[in-house]
Write a protein that binds this ligand. Structure first.
Ligand SMILES: C[S@@+](CC[C@H](N)C(=O)[O-])C[C@H]1O[C@@H](n2cnc3c(N)ncnc32)[C@H](O)[C@@H]1O
Length: 209
């Protein structure tokens, strides 16, 4: 299976379906130095999952310039929901806040600036959906808190979980072991029912039973 071909096919098929795309979002963002954001197909999947679950309480770990947050906020605002999103890079967080205002979704987002390892243990549940997209080395460490914070039937979505099997730039190979550890922890956790979808760089879906 060729990931690039698949991702391109999906992207082309839906190119005219959404007004919010990664490339438009990035080009209207003043800051040019930031950690990559999700592909459009992953953003679409998140929007669908939010609608399926009528999610009102959403947690995102890893904001960057706020593309996935903005895309999700356009959905949760219909349910009068709120997204808490966490980012430790102040410059990037400030750009995200500007982007939220420009997109008219700032009222539906609470941006917490700080280290997820410090902020996450202080949060209380119950979240309908958690989107894990932070530094991949933190995925295994943050998993117990993600499970604690999910409501029963809540959904954990984790990005980049097929790093171990995709054609990954050698620059990112050091991230394979923590993702491998995370994948085994999720697959073998008796509290979770899960699978991995081969879109983007792999997206884990795990329901808290
Ligand atoms: C992949 S990007 C998030 C992309 C975003 N979800 C999107 O698709 O639009 C991951 C972000 O997590 C932030 N990050 C990394 N380690 C962090 C930590 N320990 N606490 C908070 N944020 C962190 C990085 O600065 C980066 O902006």
């Amino acid at each position: 299976m060729n990931f690039e071909t698949i991702n391109k096919y999906i992207a082309d098929l839906y190119a005219n379906k959404t007004s919010l795309t990664r490339s438009k979002y990035e080009s209207s963002t003043e800051l040019k130095d930031f950690v990559p954001v999700v592909d459009d197909d992953v953003a679409m999947l998140l929007r669908l999952l939010l609608q399926l679950t009528c999610a009102r309480r959403v947690l995102e770990i890893g904001t960057s310039i706020g593309y996935s947050t903005t895309s999700m906020a356009q959905v949760v605002k219909k349910y009068d929901g709120k997204i808490i999103t966490i980012e430790f890079d102040e410059k990037v967080a400030s750009q995200a806040q500007t982007n939220f205002k420009r997109a008219g979704v700032a009222d539906f987002i609470e941006l917490q600036i700080g280290d997820a390892q410090v902020l996450i243990p202080q949060l209380q549940g119950d979240f309908d959906l958690i989107f894990q997209d932070v530094d991949k080395r933190l995925y295994p460490r943050l998993l117990p808190d993600c499970i604690r914070l999910l409501k029963q039937g809540g959904l954990l979505v984790a990005e980049d979980t097929l790093f171990p099997v995709i054609d990954l730039d050698p620059e990112w190979h050091h991230l394979i072991p923590p993702i491998e550890e995370f994948n085994h922890l999720v697959a073998n956790n008796p509290e979770l029912e899960s699978t991995i979808l081969p879109i983007g760089d792999g997206v884990t879906l795990a329901i808290k039973k």
